[in-house]
Design a protein. Structure first.
Length: 95
């Protein structure tokens, strides 16, 4: 079931972002548990959180659209590596 969410979110991210995807070979996992992906704080990682993530996707530290909370691996960029962490938590309850 989560695999379907991941695939659907990948497609939505590509369509809605209109930006080139960037992924780096180095991955730093600093987010702990699904709560890190609950950006709206409603206790569930859902589509609203995905939309929040999408707004900051493909941004880097120093840019106005960059949101450090969306940078789940703490590497200074909200990129595909962060999306993988987000999609792993998608559909989870955080409380």
């Amino acid at each position: 079931m989560r695999f379907r969410y991941c695939v659907a979110l990948c497609v939505l991210m590509l369509v809605l972002s209109g930006r080139d995807l960037q992924a780096h070979t180095r991955i730093f996992w600093s987010a702990v548990g699904p709560g890190a992906s609950d950006f709206d704080g409603n206790g569930r990682v859902d589509f609203t959180d995905f939309l929040i993530f999408l707004k900051g996707f493909n941004t880097h530290s120093g840019e106005t659209a960059y949101n450090a909370r969306l940078d789940l691996n703490g590497d200074g960029a909200v990129n595909f590596n962060d999306f993988l962490a987000f999609s792993a938590a998608y559909g989870s309850l955080t409380q």
